[in-house]
Write a protein that binds this ligand. Structure first.
Ligand code: DGP
Length: 114
């Protein structure tokens, strides 16, 4: 998708600190980290928001959570606890229109979120 930051990172046209990739998803360090560990997991396929998911994406979403758990374990913050967040649309804080899941860890995370 033209003018999509995450599509450009996937294509190698923009720099990104890739921490994980496979045929379905890519994970990068967030450019503006909100926790000691803050990664973005997104599908290679361009979908603007959670509202664009269809039944055919069920495996993809499950895979995202398994990748999140792997990253949390591999980076040593799984046992302390972590959060997987998807912001959908502007009112929830979405600013990049390629579906992505934030993985946050390495500090205590308060609830409810803002
Ligand atoms: P959201 O606000 O939920 O749409 O999250 C978008 C996140 O993307 C935000 O935490 C900052 C991050 N971000 C924006 N531009 C870039 C970029 O060029 N590279 C990386 N690694 N992250 C970016």
């Amino acid at each position: 998708m033209d003018n999509c930051i995450f599509c450009k990172i996937i294509a190698g046209e923009l720099p990104g600190k890739v921490v994980y990739e496979d045929p379905m998803v890519v994970a990068v360090e967030d450019i503006d980290p909100q926790a000691p560990h803050h990664y973005l997991i997104f599908p290679r396929k361009h979908l603007p928001t959670t509202l664009d998911l269809t039944e055919g994406d069920d495996q993809l979403v499950g895979h995202v959570f398994r990748v999140a758990a792997k990253l949390a374990r591999d980076h040593g913050f799984a046992e302390r606890g972590f959060r997987v967040v998807n912001n959908c649309n502007e009112g929830a804080g979405q600013s990049v229109w390629h579906i992505h899941f934030h993985l946050l860890g390495g500090r205590d995370l308060s609830w409810p979120p803002g």
